[in-house]
Each structure stands twice: as structure tokens, then as C-alpha cells.
Design a protein around this ligand. Structure first.
Ligand code: ADP
Ligand code: MG
Length: 251
């Protein structure tokens, strides 16, 4: 059984950063094979983990919608689409990457959702871990394809507004009726010491606390220079602290 980790939160809070740190940790522990899924409309996870992506599920599905009359003879629609989807899976050593790449509300999944769902259910069996970098409320990907989530990690910035947003997103996720085994909140880009009242407010929303990542100059530098976060050294503070947080939840 694969272990599914979903990362959610508002744009710019650090979802891709956190997803990359998860992937880096799992790779280092040899917890492979891993499937990384970028469910964000304007994907940037592949850059953060140093992988080049040419095609997305969005492009395959819209091509399919346009050309479905030209499916090779003797091939079912399902088989054709699954073949096309498999072609865009970017396979690297121990880490495969799939990008949704569909602008929100474009409706390009219409009619193909059932096929996408069965494809994903099948695909996921091949991996020890699946890490999904989601759009804010997980409306598309998680509802349609990953109904079972072992670990849902909400990322918030260091603000009261941020944690209120997470509280709201968590409520939205409940409405999606997903099967979520564990959910946690991570506070990102904090100062060295967090404000006491803020920490109490985090506790009061009732989502277990995963931990915090400080505002890290090294992460900022890597981002400025376009270096993948999977290349962060073992000595990186965020890498070390994140590994410890993750180990407490999955050992
Ligand atoms: N702990 C951190 N320290 C420094 N910069 C960070 C940290 N976390 C995220 N960032 C920066 O904040 C920006 C947004 O992060 P990103 O992971 O892309 O957010 P999201 O995927 O939620 O939109 C990026 O420029 C990233 O490098
Ligand atoms: Mg992102």
C-alpha cells in the first residue's frame, strides 16, 4: 500500500517548499519509489525538485477531448488515454513526477475524470510514497483522484490570518468527504521565537501541530538562484529540522 501525503494551504505559504523537503527526506531515507504529483495549476514543484517537465495531464486531456475521434482502431478510449497519460510520467531514479497543469475552472477534465481516477488508483500502487503538492483547497486533484490521504499537511504563514485560513480550508476538506488519516499544521517562515499568543492560537484551532520552519536564508538563496531544494546540503537547518518533524509522524 502506498502512503499518500498531501500538502495544502494558500498560495505562497510554502507548499512546494515543504513538498520538496518531504521528497528530499524520503529520498535520503531510501523510501523509494516516490511519485510526486504537482496538482497546482501553475506548477513549480518540478523546478523545486530539479526535474524538467514537458507535458502535463492538462495538455493530454485537452488533446484527448479534441481528438477523441482519432483513437487508433481496436483501442478503447480508456486504453488510449491511459497510454497517453503514461507517456507524460517523468521517470527519474526513485522519483517519478506527474504534473496536473490545468488552469483552475478551465473544465479540461470534463468527461475524463473517471479515467483519470482509475489511472491514478492503478499508478499509485507502484509507489511506496505519493506526495501531492495541492492547490489551496484541494478541490480538483484530491477530490477526484486521491480520496485516501494518510497525511494531510497544512502550511500556514506566520500570521493569525494564515491559521484562520487553514482552519477554513480544513473545514472545506471535510466537506469533500475524503478519507484523511492524519492532519497537521506547519507554520512556515517564522522568526527564531514564535509569539506566545500566536502559538496558543495555533493550538486553539484543534489541528495537531507539526512544527515550524524558520525564515531560512539558504532556502531563499536557492530560490533566487533557481537551485532545486532537493540539492540542499544535509547540514541545512531546515532540512535537519524538517526530517525530525517528519520522523515523528512517519517512522
Ligand atoms: N522557510 C522558508 N524560508 C525562506 N523562504 C521560504 C521558506 N519557505 C518558502 N520560502 C519562499 O517563499 C516563496 C513561496 O514558497 P512556495 O513553496 O513556492 O509556496 P507555495 O508553493 O505555497 O506557493 C518561495 O520564494 C520560497 O522560496
Ligand atoms: Mg507551489
Amino acid at each position: 500500500m502506498s502512503y499518500v501525503i498531501a500538502v495544502a494551504g494558500k498560495g505562497g505559504t510554502g507548499k512546494s517548499t515543504v513538498s520538496s523537503l518531504i521528497i528530499r527526506s524520503l529520498l535520503k531515507r531510501g523510501e523509494t519509489p516516490i511519485l510526486a504529483v504537482d496538482a497546482y495549476p501553475n506548477s513549480n514543484l518540478p523546478d523545486s525538485i530539479g526535474i524538467n517537465i514537458e507535458n502535463t495531464i492538462g495538455t493530454v486531456l485537452s488533446e484527448y477531448m479534441k481528438n477523441r475521434i482519432n483513437i487508433p482502431q481496436g483501442m478503447t478510449k480508456q486504453a488510449y488515454l491511459e497510454m497517453k497519460l503514461h507517456q507524460i510520467l517523468k521517470e527519474e531514479r526513485g522519483l517519478d513526477v506527474l504534473v496536473m497543469g490545468c488552469p483552475e475552472g478551465s473544465g479540461c477534465y470534463c468527461g475524463a475524470n473517471a479515467i483519470l481516477k482509475s489511472y491514478f488508483e492503478d499508478l499509485k500502487k507502484n509507489y511506496k510514497y505519493v506526495v501531492v503538492d495541492n492547490e489551496a483547497g484541494m478541490e480538483h486533484f484530491s477530490r477526484k483522484t486521491a480520496a485516501e490521504i494518510d497525511l494531510l499537511l497544512f502550511v500556514s504563514n506566520y500570521s493569525l490570518k494564515g491559521i484562520k485560513t487553514v482552519e477554513r480550508l480544513s473545514g472545506m476538506v471535510d466537506e469533500l468527504k475524503l478519507d484523511i488519516k492524519n492532519r497537521y499544521i506547519l507554520i512556515n517562515q517564522t522568526p527564531e521565537e514564535m509569539d506566545r499568543e500566536f502559538a496558543a492560537a495555533v493550538e486553539s484551532i484543534g489541528i495537531p501541530y507539526f512544527g515550524n520552519l524558520v525564515m531560512d536564508k539558504m532556502i531563499e538563496d536557492y530560490d533566487v538562484r533557481g537551485i532545486p531544494l532537493t540539492d540542499l546540503p544535509d547540514t541545512s537547518r531546515s532540512v535537519k529540522e524538517f526530517e525530525e518533524m517528519l520522523r515523528k509522524v512517519i517512522n
